[in-house]
Design a protein around this ligand. Structure first.
Ligand code: 2YH
Length: 269
């Protein structure tokens, strides 16, 4: 799984309001609406939770260590959803001790493998891979004005792509996947998911695309359906810079916002 860099999240907190405005223009949904829809919870439920839970984000030094701005970006997204949130002064286990001692009941923390939100009141744990997969499909559902019966191709069948494909089926879409790693295709047990083997043959056929691949800049505009709508959780972006520039109004892409917001909604669901 791709590890975010300081560059990927640079300026995220300051640009949250314009990010949200752009997201709403593309999908017809706010970040909060996308998160609620992906987690299957109501606005009343998230509002009530924002009044009863306090949230903590713990910087984690394990593995490759702290990503500058990561914990504060996560906290800014959570604050934007109306929750009281802070970043612990201490890291790792001492940070966890600090958060729990202060009565924080939802804990966000990430190492190089996983990014989780833990609800200490209910013992519910939300994983960023699942949350990102579901959140981006909820956003695509908004942008496409409904995915029921639509054919959607998911690129990459990893932690995010597999959850995206499952949620597409839940919404009544026709899900197809492409992954160059044959072992991931062999592990696929859901027969309702179609497998595409030739990417360049398949791409022009699909009006909805989910780029959950860790590869960057391999999708050129001329390969794609003329009216394509793209949900792109993958970092780096699979579209070439030129394709992104031309298709920007039909592409949903961010490094952290949709996944983190949906983790919070899933943690209180
Ligand atoms: O970016 C990552 C991993 N790729 C996990 C993402 C799961 N979708 N982790 C962030 C590491 C953050 C660091 N330990 C910190 O600053 O706390």
């Amino acid at each position: 799984m791709t590890r975010l860099t300081e560059n990927d999240i640079y300026g995220l907190s300051e640009e949250l309001i314009s990010y949200e405005r752009e997201l709403e223009a593309k999908t017809g949904m706010t970040l909060r609406e996308i998160a609620c829809s992906a987690a299957g919870i109501s606005h009343e439920k998230i509002k009530a939770a924002s009044e009863s839970y306090r949230v903590s984000v713990i910087p984690v030094t394990a593995g490759q260590g702290i990503i500058g701005g990561f914990a504060h970006s996560v906290a800014a997204i959570i604050a934007g959803l109306g929750f009281e949130v802070s970043v612990t002064g201490k890291t790792d286990v001492s940070g966890f001790f600090e958060a729990v001692s202060e009565g924080k009941e939802i804990i966000f923390m990430a190492d190089d493998e996983r990014f989780i939100a833990l609800n200490l009141r209910t013992k519910k744990i939300a994983d960023n891979g699942e949350a990102t997969g579901r959140g981006y499909i909820a956003a695509l559902n908004g942008m496409a004005k409904g995915l029921k019966g639509r054919e959607v191709l998911v690129l990459g069948y990893g932690q995010v792509g597999s959850k995206a494909a499952d949620y597409l089926l839940e919404l009544g879409a026709k899900a197809a996947i492409y992954d160059p790693d044959q072992s991931k295709i062999d592990a696929l047990s859901n027969r309702k998911i179609k497998v595409e083997k030739d990417l360049h043959h398949a791409l022009p056929y699909y009006p909805c695309l989910v780029d959950a691949s860790p590869a960057g800049a391999f999708l050129r505009k001329e390969f794609l359906h003329s009216e394509v709508l793209i949900a792109a959780p993958g970092v780096p972006l699979g579209l070439t810079p030129d394709a992104y520039h031309k298709l920007k109004d039909r592409v949903i892409h961010d490094p952290l916002q949709i996944g983190t917001a949906t983790m919070l909604a899933l943690a209180i669901s």
